[in-house]
Design a protein around this ligand. Structure first.
Ligand code: RIB
Ligand code: CA
Length: 325
C-alpha cells in the first residue's frame, strides 16, 4: 500500500513467531498503516528459521513489503532462543503447516535497509521492534543520527516486574540485553517518543478459542474456510495450545499489542518512566529496571504501557484479520 497523508509509516523488526505473524498481518491489513520494510532478527528461533517463517508468511498472504535478513547473533552473549517453548520451527500448529513457498529476500543487510529507509523519510518512520533489539542497536551504532530521524520507536519487550523467560527477564530483552541497553540509552532522542509494551500490558490482551473460531471462518476476500484462514488459525490454535498445556484457556498476544496501540491509542494508558537494562546481575541479567518516579528520581526516556482494553483490542484484531483472510 502506498503511503498517503493519513497512514502511519512503519518499519517492522521481527522474529516470527506466531504473535509476530499476527502483528505483521494487522499492519498489512489495517488501512491506517504503510509498512515500508521488514527486517528479520534472530530471536524466537535462529535466523534461518525465523527468516524462512517470515518469507513463507509473506508468500502465503501475498504481501508486497520488502523483507531483509538482519542480525543472526546477539551483540555479545551466546544466542538463546525460545525453541524450548515454541518448538524447532519457532511456531506450533495444530494441523496445517506453512506452505514452503518463500518470498524473495532483498539484497543487503536489514540494518542497512532500516537506516536507508529512515534517512530517506526523515521524521516519518515509526520503528516497531517486536523481537530482540539487535538490529535496532546495530542501526543506532552505525547511524548515530537515526533516533533523531524517527517519528517514533515502539518496542514489545521488558516488564515492570516478573519476567516470562527468567524470573525477572522478558524474552526479547533476555535474548540480547546489551542491544536493549544501548537502545534505551538513546530512547530520549526519538522526537516522537519511545514506548515500551511489556509483559504486564500484553497479558491484558488474551487470545483464545473464540478468536481462533472467528478467524477460521475466514471472511473478506477469501471464500469461507479459505486455505489461508485454515493455515493461520491452525497456528493460532497451536499458539493457544501452549497456554492450554499450562492449564490456561487463553494466551497473551504479545506482539499485536503495540500494533493495537498504534491504531487505537485511546484503548491504552501509558506512564513516563526511566528504563534501564541490567547487564551484570548473575540472577537479574536482562531485567528491565523501570523507574516510575520521574522526573523526581530520574529523567524519563520512555513511556511504559500500563493498561489495555483487551476485549476491544482483540475485537479489532479479529475484525481486521478476517478482512485479510
Ligand atoms: O516475550 C514475548 C516476545 O518474545 C514476543 O515478541 C515473542 O514473539 C517473542 O519474541
Ligand atoms: Ca516477537
Amino acid at each position: 500500500m502506498t503511503a498517503n497523508a493519513t497512514t502511519r509509516e512503519i518499519w517492522l523488526d521481527t522474529d516470527p513467531g506466531f504473535d509476530d505473524w499476527l502483528a505483521w498481518a494487522l499492519l498489512e491489513a489495517d488501512p491506517g498503516f504503510t509498512v515500508r520494510g521488514a527486517s528479520v532478527v534472530a530471536g524466537n528461533a535462529p535466523l534461518p528459521v525465523v527468516l524462512a517463517n517470515a518469507r513463507r508468511i509473506h508468500a502465503l498472504h501475498g504481501w508486497k513489503t520488502p523483507i531483509w535478513a538482519g542480525a543472526d547473533q546477539p551483540l555479545v552473549q551466546p544466542q538463546v532462543t525460545a525453541q524450548d517453548v515454541l518448538g524447532t520451527q519457532g511456531m506450533h500448529t495444530s494441523g496445517a503447516a506453512l506452505p514452503d513457498t518463500e518470498s524473495a529476500l532483498q539484497r543487503g543487510h536489514g540494518v542497512d535497509a532500516m537506516i536507508d529507509c529512515v534517512r530517506a523519510h526523515p521524521g516519518r518512520i515509526t520503528l516497531l521492534a517486536i523481537g530482540p533489539l539487535t538490529n535496532v542497536a546495530l542501526a543506532f551504532a552505525k547511524a548515530p543520527e537515526l533516533p533523531g530521524l524517527l517519528a517514533g520507536l515502539v518496542i514489545m519487550g521488558g516488564s515492570l516486574g516478573a519476567g516470562n523467560t527468567t524470573p525477572v527477564a522478558e524474552f526479547n530483552i533476555h535474548a540480547d540485553p546489551e542491544a536493549a541497553s544501548q537502545v534505551f540509552a538513546r530512547a530520549r532522542e526519538v522526537p516522537g517518543g519511545t514506548r515500551l509494551f511489556g509483559i504486564e500490558v500484553c497479558r491484558q490482551v488474551q487470545g483464545g478459542d473464540a478468536h481462533v473460531a472467528a478467524l477460521r471462518e475466514g471472511g473478506g476476500r477469501a471464500a469461507r474456510g479459505s486455505e489461508r484462514a485454515a493455515i493461520l488459525t491452525d497456528h493460532f490454535d497451536g499458539y493457544v495450545g501452549m497456554a492450554r498445556r499450562r492449564g490456561r484457556a487463553t494466551a497473551p498476544m504479545y506482539d499485536l499489542t503495540p500494533v493495537a496501540w498504534l491504531a487505537h491509542p485511546e484503548w491504552f494508558t501509558l506512564q513516563p518512566a526511566h528504563v534501564d537494562v541490567e547487564l551484570r546481575g548473575t540472577l537479574t541479567r536482562g531485567m528491565t529496571v523501570c523507574e516510575l518516579r520521574v522526573p523526581q528520581r530520574a529523567t524519563p526516556n520512555a513511556e511504559i504501557a500500563m493498561t489495555a482494553d483487551g476485549d476491544r483490542v482483540m475485537g479489532w484484531a479479529v475484525e481486521v484479520l478476517r478482512g485479510a483472510l
